[in-house]
Design a protein around this ligand. Structure first.
Ligand code: PEP
Length: 256
């Protein structure tokens, strides 16, 4: 299976700055077999960057989308409008769930809209600090998975990616701390067990599961070698070319 490195730029960079940064990344990144690198700039930058990007080196991801394909939804961007520009779309990021109060229903619709439009959803799941403290991690992960994937047909499940992002490990969250490899291994086991139980061994083995939360060049190698982890979703460190590049180099070694 491929290793995925996905940089989530969140609401950073003007379109001009995003283009300059992409130019820098394209000069550094060499295509590598078994490694897929993607960046998720703001929606406004997707169209110009899609003309600039070299897809052999990097792919584009949207950070969010609307679950409907068209209609009276002021301020929204349909994933159908991003066809041809992006290969991936992050769905259900914890900032969408907890800052913008996105519901399970909306997340499910977005996942289905991505699949319908041939764009790979990266479905983010993860427990909060208090859910972890109350021993609810397993239930939360299983609920978010079953709800998020509910409207995806069996054959389309192979077009989905899961990102496990414990909310308490995301660098921008107050009091965040990096997860230990044991924490991550435990949750990955829960996720893989769920996939096997619900959809069978083939889906369990084929579905990429990424990890995200305070990833940096010093912990990327350890995280990437946790069994069942197929890549990383990176926030803060993806905004710094040296760090993002270092992580990609580490991933290349692990993937080869
Ligand atoms: C994220 O918000 O998806 C994320 C993983 O951020 P960071 O790497 O900064 O913790």
């Amino acid at each position: 299976m491929k290793t995925y490195i996905v940089g989530n730029w969140k609401m950073n960079f003007t379109v001009g700055d995003a283009s300059v940064y992409l130019h820098k990344l394209l000069k550094r990144i060499k295509p590598a077999r078994n490694l897929q690198v993607a960046i998720a700039p703001s929606t406004i930058a997707l169209q110009p960057l899609s003309l600039q990007i070299d897809r052999k080196k990097l792919k584009l991801a949207a950070q969010n989308c609307c679950g409907k394909d068209y209609g009276a939804y002021t301020g929204e961007t349909a994933i159908s409008q991003l066809r041809g520009m992006v290969d991936y779309c992050i769905v259900g990021h914890s900032e969408r769930r907890y800052v913008f109060n996105e519901t399970d229903q909306q997340i499910r619709e977005k996942v289905a809209a991505c699949v319908r439009n041939n764009i790979t959803p990266i479905l983010c799941i993860g427990e909060t600090e208090s859910e972890r403290t109350f021993g609810e991690t397993r239930d939360v992960l299983r609920d978010q998975l079953s709800s998020g994937l509910k409207d995806v047909s069996r054959e389309d499940l192979e077009k989905c990616i899961i990102a496990y992002e414990p909310v308490w490990a995301i660098s921008s969250v107050k009091g965040a701390r990096p997860a230990t490899p044991d924490d991550i291994a435990n949750s990955i086991k829960i996720i893989r067990e769920f996939l096997r139980e619900m959809y069978g061994k083939t889906i369990e083995e084929k579905m990429p599961v990424l990890f995200g939360g305070s990833v940096n060049p010093s912990n990327a190698g350890a995280y990437l070698t946790i069994p069942g982890v197929n890549g990383l979703l990176i926030g803060g460190a993806s905004l710094i070319a040296d760090q993002f590049d270092d992580i990609i180099e580490t991933a290349k070694k692990v993937a080869s």
